[in-house]
Design a protein around this ligand. Structure first.
Ligand code: DAT
Ligand code: MG
Length: 149
C-alpha cells in the first residue's frame, strides 16, 4: 500500500498541535507505520529541501526546520500521498481552505505547521531519507475491515 512522509514542523510542535494533527490522520483511516520526535540536523534539512536550494527563502527554511524539534512520521493507505496533501491544505495557510490543517491553524507561509510529500516518488525518497527500514513497522490494525471494503 502507498506511504507518505509527514513532518510536524517546529511551529506545530511548539504550538501544541501534535495530538490534533495526528488525530486527523488517524480519523481519516490512515495507518501510522513510523514516528519519531527529533532535532533535525542542517545536513538533513538541506537534503530534504534540496529542490528549493536556489530559492530566496531556502536559508530561512533550513533555519526554521532546524530551530526546534519536529515529529517525523510515515503514514500508509490507499492514495495517502495526494489525500494527505488535501488534509494539509495549500502551501500558504492564508490561501488554505478552512478544514485543512494549514487553513485551520496557520497564518503565514513561513510557519505552515506541517510537511507532506508532494508525489509518490518524492514520498519514497523522503521516507528513505528520514527513516531506516527497521524504523518502519508493517502491521494490520484490527479496524482495517471497517475502513476498507
Ligand atoms: P509545500 O510545503 O506545500 O510542499 P513547497 O514544497 O513549495 O510547499 O515549499 C516548501 C516550504 O517552503 C513550504 O512549506 C514553505 C516554504 N515556502 C514555500 N514558498 C515560500 C515562499 N514564497 N516564501 C517563504 N517560504 C516559502
Ligand atoms: Mg513541497
Amino acid at each position: 500500500m502507498e506511504r507518505t512522509f509527514i513532518a510536524i514542523k517546529p511551529d506545530g510542535v511548539q504550538r501544541g498541535l501534535v495530538g490534533e494533527i495526528i488525530n486527523r490522520f488517524q480519523q481519516k483511516g490512515f495507518i501510522l507505520v513510523g514516528m519519531k520526535f527529533m532535532q533535525v540536523s542542517r545536513e538533513l534539512a538541506e537534503e530534504h529541501y534540496g529542490v528549493h536550494r536556489d530559492r530566496p527563502f531556502f536559508n530561512g527554511l533550513v533555519d526554521f526546520i532546524t530551530s526546534s524539534p519536529v515529529v517525523a512520521m510515515v503514514w500508509e493507505g490507499d492514495g495517502v500521498v495526494a489525500s494527505a496533501r488535501k488534509l494539509i491544505g495549500a502551501t500558504n495557510p492564508l490561501a488554505a481552505e478552512p478544514g485543512t490543517i494549514r487553513g485551520d491553524f496557520g497564518a503565514n507561509i513561513g510557519r505552515n505547521i506541517i510537511h507532506g510529500s508532494d508525489a509518490v516518488e518524492t514520498a519514497q525518497q523522503e521516507i528513505a531519507l528520514w527513516f531506516t527500514k527497521d524504523e518502519l513497522i508493517t502491521w494490520q490494525p484490527t479496524m482495517m475491515p471497517w475502513v476498507y471494503e
